[in-house]
Design a protein around this ligand. Structure first.
Ligand code: SF4
Length: 440
């Protein structure tokens, strides 16, 4: 395909045409499956009615005939219901077929001028889509200029911080900072370390970006209480119901507020890194969010720091004097929920000790909940086991002690940490003077 010679708008239109065709084909396949299911159900219902008719014919006395007659009535009603369902399934299939044919024709019409004689089905379609996404992500400034809104999903953690820095820098160069909205899902005091929301806000305000915090009622603790069980890596309901679903509601509101009479282009930016896990290493820097996209919006999920190592993240924090959360200085590896269901045993033990050092009541709240619902925090061990191990560690090593800059010392050495703290102190006093002068 000769897309290297076409502009970004055409590339994005092609991507949307591929999305529409893909979604229409997926809907057609689902409608086809449902039609075949209903065909089989109708045939079974008909056979069952036939069997009932035979039983009625073979009845030897009145009670037998009455029973067989009642069964025949039920079977006939079931057959009628199945036939009605089958008709609906057939109509759905016809509509899905028409929509799929229309979407594929539109795709072919858009695609043909750029790749004469080439088909747009199957593997070729996925490889062309992947190629287009690679081309588009290689021109971040054009991509930002083409977008209507950029949502920067910020947890306030180190990866979000560096991703935010990257996006803010590009958006500034592209002259588009007004398009950026920093979104923070606030899980509340019973889930997160203190000060996360305020920190995420300061991080956004440093670049003059709009900040929106989305509240999650009840947080992780409330979710577990409601479901009577803790989520786990296979069923990460916490991420979907506490973060993704709420962020999607905001996405709809933001797009509606644009008041466009055409499809909006939304860039949903996330701070994932490939080095974090095998699942993340399989992600692409840019992908179509088929679930969130529709005729009103094309949503592209952007991972702008996918290739960065952990050291590179810390190096950026040090070089750019970015403000990170003090929990990292207590050597917590991630700024997730205090008791994240994905964290390892040692990290959880450290989290309990940090709660004690900060006088947070969370260990007790979570172990009480665990006992109340009778479901362990993890299959292999309970939070009560974690707390017991934390007690032993306190006896061995004493309470946790840390200093500001310890995370940078551990990652990049004492000199880098000292220089960072010096620059940070200058920034803080500058900010203080600015506040005072504004007050005067
Ligand atoms: S940080 Fe961990 S526990 Fe919290 S929502 Fe994410 S996966 Fe779930």
């Amino acid at each position: 395909m000769r897309t290297r010679t076409v502009d970004i708008t055409t590339r994005l239109q092609l991507l949307d045409a591929f999305r529409c065709a893909h979604q229409a084909d997926t809907a057609l396949a689902a409608a086809d499956r449902s039609f075949h299911r209903s065909t089989r159900a109708t045939a079974r219902a008909l056979a069952s009615a036939g069997a009932c008719e035979q039983q009625l014919a073979a009845a030897r006395d009145i009670p037998q005939a009455l029973t067989a007659s009642a069964a025949l009535d039920d079977a006939r009603q079931a057959h009628l219901d199945c036939t009605a369902g089958h008709r609906k399934a057939h109509d759905r299939l016809c509509r899905a077929f028409t929509a799929s044919r229309r979407a594929n024709r539109e795709l072919a019409a858009r695609y043909r001028p750029h790749a004469r004689g080439r088909g747009t089905s199957g593997k070729r379609r996925s490889s062309v889509t992947a190629g287009l996404l690679d081309e588009v992500v290689a021109m971040p400034l054009e991509l930002i200029r083409a977008a209507d809104v950029l949502l920067v999903q910020s947890s306030g953690g180190k990866d979000s911080l560096v991703m935010l820095h990257r996006i803010a820098t590009w958006a500034d160069r592209a002259g588009c900072t007004d398009k950026v909205v920093v979104v923070h899902c606030d899980l509340g005091d019973n889930s997160e370390w203190p000060g996360v929301r305020e920190l995420a806000q300061r991080q956004a305000e440093r670049y003059g970006l709009r900040f929106v915090a989305v509240d999650s009622t009840g947080g992780l603790l409330g979710l577990v209480e409601k479901r009577g069980m803790f989520p786990d890596s296979a069923r990460r309901l916490c991420t979907s119901s506490l973060k993704r679903d709420r962020a999607n509601v905001l996405l709809t509101e933001v797009v509606a507020a644009l008041g466009l009479d055409r499809q909006a282009l939304v860039l949903n930016c996330m701070g994932l890194r490939a080095a974090e896990s095998p699942a993340r290493s399989r992600k692409s820097p840019l992908a179509i969010d088929t679930r969130a996209s529709n005729n009103k919006r094309l949503v592209l999920t952007w991972h702008p720091i996918l290739e960065l190592s952990e050291t590179a993240v810390w190096q950026t924090i040090a070089d750019e004097t970015l403000e990170y959360h003090p929990a990292y200085d207590a050597l917590m590896p991630r700024l997730s929920c205090v008791f994240c269901v994905l964290a390892g045993f040692d990290v959880l033990v450290r989290a309990v000790r940090l709660c004690w050092a900060l006088e947070l009541p969370l260990p007790e709240q979570y172990t009480d909940l665990e006992a109340r619902i009778g479901h362990r925090f993890k299959e292999q061990y309970s939070l009560a086991d974690v707390v017991a191990e934390a007690h032993r560690a306190e006896v061995r090593e004493g309470p946790l002690i840390w200093n500001r800059g310890d995370a940078l010392c551990a990652q990049l050495g004492d000199d880098t940490a000292a220089a960072y703290l010096e620059r940070m102190a200058d920034c803080e006093s500058e900010a203080y003077l600015k506040r005072v002068s504004l007050a005067v």
